[in-house]
Design a protein around this ligand. Sequence first.
Ligand code: TMP
Length: 212
Amino acid sequence: MACKRGALIVLEGVDRAGKTTQCNKLVQSLQQSGRAVEMMRFPDRTTIIGQLINAYLEKKSDLEDHTVHLLFSANRWELVPLIKKKLEQGTTLVVDRYAFSGVAFTSAKPGFSLDWCKKPDVGLPKPDLVMFLQLSPAEAALRGQFGEERYETSAFQRAVQQKFEHLMKDLSVNWQVIDASQSVEDVHKQIAYHSLNAINTAQNLPLGELWK
Ligand code: TMP
């Protein structure tokens, strides 16, 4: 019999919620318990498409809003063969942002419906678990200033948060909301708990297709 597949685990949340720190901690703890696990992040700025996105985020280039949305999606699709291969080989993937960020950020711009924004990502590998690190704008502000990249303003981040809240009403996705105002260790414990459940469940299930 083929080996049991790995789980596709995604962390989402507004800026400064601690996604990257928690992804690293989760990967480390799963590795220490002897599991095959790797981290990925979107945008993946290392590919040619990723470099276009990077220049846009660093405000070194301007791109039309529909165009950049499609580039973010293309950046996920170009990694789908690798994602599928890793999962089939039994490696669990911990992913820092995915299609949910794609939809939440673009649909926070004027003139973009949630429905239009979802379309290019329909059919991507469906995460077995999406954890949303919840942090109020006031708590986020206590964690320091925003950076210099595009989208890093409190008004835009509030709009993004509302879009995430819409997306979380979709019960076809396995959402878990995590209170990111707790200590790093307490947040990690909850993330590890949900992740172990997802890994155990996913190994006997086929990989799904997102929003299909
Ligand atoms: P990062 O800071 O996690 O590298 O994310 C880069 C920025 O890109 C962040 O502001 C969120 C935004 N983003 C999108 O607008 N669309 C997407 O599809 C993704 C993955 C991120």
